[in-house]
Design a protein around this ligand. Structure first.
Ligand SMILES: [Zn+2]
Length: 222
């Protein structure tokens, strides 16, 4: 049952430390509507019957959806292939966004293959139309986003993949943060990035428009 899968997903995000008790949301698209986690409830106690339903036209059909439901709707409208969205607040990913450092640097093989380049969407107030619109503009040509001083978004054809991508994103951010702290970061070169992107097919992932030129190859100075 779709509601059960969504409830389980948000509890998993909490247990994994990717959200706090009051933050984050998960949705799945089915035909002309989305199923989304509720607003205002503790994320470790969301039950299937709490999951809300919203039409793609924005009409709330059942329950009390997350205040961030516009973000989900705009991304679904922009991306017909996306069937699931995870929005979390993982510490390392947010820390990088606070420092103005995106995840467009090619540092880990799996991240390059599975996530692609992950840009930062400039800050807008949470739960607003502006945030939803700007995030959807970027999501129209990227699968994963950092929301400046706020959080991260992953989009995929299934909830399992969107969850796995969020975990990979945060793991990558943590590794990058630690390497930046050490002060030496080895980036992959364009040719290696090209080969890593070609692995999408063997991972069963759909092709994407981005290429090696969409990654960044020199670390900013502080
Ligand atoms: Zn948020």
């Amino acid at each position: 049952m779709i509601e059960g899968i969504i409830a389980e997903a948000i509890v998993q995000l909490y247990r994994r430390g990717l959200i706090t008790l009051s933050e984050g949301n998960v949705s799945v698209r089915k035909d002309d509507r989305i199923f989304i986690t509720p607003g205002g409830l503790r994320k470790d106690r969301v039950r299937p019957e709490d999951v809300a339903e919203v039409g793609l036209n924005g009409k709330v059909l059942r329950g009390k959806p997350s205040s961030e439901y516009r973000l989900h709707l705009e991304i679904y409208r922009a991306r017909e292939d996306v069937e699931a969205i995870v929005h979390a607040h993982p510490s390392f990913a947010i820390s990088l966004s606070v420092a103005g450092i995106s995840l467009e640097y090619p540092i880990l093989a799996e991240a390059i293959t599975i996530l692609g380049p992950v840009p930062i969407v400039p800050f807008e107030l949470p739960s607003t139309e502006e945030l939803a619109r700007h995030a959807a503009e970027v999501a129209s040509h990227r699968d994963c986003l950092l929301l400046e001083n706020h959080g991260a978004v992953t989009t995929a054809g299934s909830i399992d993949l969107a969850l796995a991508m969020m975990e990979t994103l945060e793991h990558t951010a943590e590794v990058f943060w630690r390497a930046l702290l050490i002060g030496r970061v080895k980036l992959f070169e364009r040719e290696e990035v090209s080969k890593l992107l070609a692995l999408r097919r063997s991972y069963g992932l759909p092709p994407r428009d981005w290429g090696p030129e969409d990654f960044l190859y020199s670390i900013p100075e502080y």
